[in-house]
Design a protein around this ligand. Structure first.
Ligand code: RVP
Length: 504
């Protein structure tokens, strides 16, 4: 006979935190959000890899590329570069994050001299940059021939077919600096010559990078940056349980700091075999997370298989329709609570603490607080990050409002069947995700600052200065349907009729 759980499974929205006593020194500025990313012998050794803030970005093509990874690592979190691309392309993204030097930007909008003003306008719309280097072959590292900025053309007076070569500021008029110049010296040159940008070139006059005046301030202070021992940004990468023998070495060589098996359902022999392969070839030197699971058995299976962390969540993602198509899944709150108990039990038995990540279904900022209070060590978010400038997806105007595209890895658009299928005919693949828009929300930095302040403030309300203390002291209560209504603005006529936007 089938097994029946006694209680219905629940979502974050059905819970609230009940405040505890707040000591006078418990203020947001004193809160530490440090949290372990990979397993360790708690109490006996330091965790080898900790996050400075408990947020990682989802292993999705609409969310986590190298640009997102740099932006998130700057704020203290970590991206997992999406795995549904060729091994070479994924490794190249990882390498770009590791090569990234704060302040030195590899230009993504480049021109060749034969291109026209129409191309300039198109690139400007696509990337939003007003400075575009002109190189002999139109690549980011070609021989530098000039630069086009908004000061070089006037759309009202020029024809769109004018050639870039005819209106660019040519190389001989540019101030440049040689590769190897420090950021400080580059900024002095920018300052002395009143420049907006400074091209860095190598001995052959090929473009290496650009340094922008506006970036100087933002790079001065990022106290939470996730940096490795060589002061490079840290980055994770998604893998699958099929081509790991080729993909893992390429990602490790590119410098990935941590890997994660990306699958909608992780309680499987495939994941065990993948972890085994990594251990055989790299021992404990390569860190690898696994998932997703939604119960204690799934957690234990992956912990015993050697996973460095375990991800929780089936069907809760905003773009996910797995529960509708296959009838599998579990409410994210219930899954997190049960797996957290299993993690603590496993720690008591073995002395090994295997961090857990609540993945998917974070709709409001306070859901992050709830997930952590319920025992998650960190959370993975897709929709949240997809809304920002730094996500790889297109920004489009829909009915007068800016939106970003956001699609599931199980949608026909992503065609990431490897994440879902269990073998068999490709022609019979079915969708487990949708293609959608999410409201454009601006820069990652601005949004995360507010989200993290809310989290710290909630922790203080519960008398906690660290995440483990929060988990220890948190008092959670289920809420009735009517008290959920009471929790929003009610019995007043809202002046701004806009619906209560998520992540507010
Ligand atoms: P959300 O943050 O609610 O947008 O959820 C993101 C998560 O949803 C991902 O980390 C992944 O686990 C899951 N996902 C991604 N694609 C799909 C799908 O197409 N069903 N689901």
């Amino acid at each position: 006979m089938a097994f029946y759980f006694d209680e219905p499974s629940r979502t974050f929205n059905e819970y609230l935190l009940v405040p505890g006593h707040t000591p006078a020194d418990c203020v947001p500025a004193a809160v530490s959000l440090k949290t372990p990313l990979v397993k360790y012998r708690k109490g006996q050794e330091e965790c080898p890899l900790t996050l400075n803030v408990p947020m990682v970005s989802a292993i999705m093509a609409a969310v986590s590329d190298d640009k997102m990874a740099v932006a998130l690592a700057t704020e203290g979190g970590l991206s997992f570069i999406y795995g549904n691309q060729s091994i070479e392309d994924e490794a190249a993204m990882v390498a770009r994050v590791k090569d990234y030097k704060a302040g030195f930007v590899t230009s993504d909008a480049n021109l060749s001299p034969e291109m026209t003003l129409a191309d300039v306008v198109e690139l400007h719309e696509k990337f939003g940059h007003s400075t575009m280097p002109v190189t002999a072959d139109g690549s980011a590292h070609g021989k530098l021939l000039g630069i086009v900025t908004e000061r070089d053309y006037r759309l009202s007076r020029m024809s769109l077919d004018e050639r870039v070569a005819d209106f660019m500021t040519p190389r001989e008029k540019l101030v440049v600096a040689q590769d190897g110049t420090t950021l400080k010296v580059a900024n002095d040159i920018i300052w002395d010559h009143k420049l907006n940008s400074l091209p860095i070139v190598d001995a052959n006059d090929c473009l290496v990078a650009l340094v922008f005046r506006k970036d100087y301030d933002s790079h001065k202070s990022n106290p939470d940056e996730m940096l490795d021992a060589h002061k490079r940004y840290m980055v994770g990468a998604g893998i699958n349980s099929r081509d790991y023998a080729e993909r893992v070495p390429a990602l490790v060589n590119a410098g990935a700091d941590v890997l994660c098996i990306d699958s909608s359902e992780g309680y499987s022999d495939w994941q065990k075999l993948t972890i085994q392969w990594v251990r055989e070839h790299y021992g404990d030197a390569v860190k690898i997370g696994a998932g997703n699971v939604v119960d204690a058995e799934g957690f234990r299976f992956l912990a015993e298989a050697g996973a460095d962390f375990v991800k929780i969540g089936i069907g809760g993602g905003s773009i996910c329709i797995t529960r509708e198509t296959k009838g599998i899944g579990r409410g994210q709150a219930t899954a997190t609570i049960e797996v957290a108990k299993a993690r603590d039990e496993y720690f008591r038995e073995t002395g090994i603490y295997v961090p857990i990540c609540s993945d998917g279904g974070i709709v409001y900022d306070h859901h992050i607080s709830l997930a952590l209070a319920m025992g998650a060590d960190f959370v993975m978010l897709g929709r949240y990050f997809a809304r920002f400038d730094e996500s790889p997806s297109a920004k489009v105007m829909v009915n007068g409002t800016y939106m970003k595209e956001y699609w599931g890895e199980g949608s026909a658009r992503a065609r990431n069947w490897g994440r879902y299928d269990l073998g068999g005919k490709k022609s019979l693949s079915f969708e487990e995700g949708v293609d959608s828009y999410v409201p454009y929300a601006g820069s990652l930095k601005d949004n995360m600052a507010i989200t993290l302040l809310k989290l710290k403030s909630t922790m203080c309300n519960c008398g906690a200065l660290t995440i483990p203390e929060f988990q220890d002291k948190a008092k959670l209560t289920l809420v009735s349907a009517t008290s959920i209504v009471e929790g929003g603005a009610h019995d007043v006529l809202l002046k701004d009729k806009a619906p209560y936007a998520s992540n507010t």
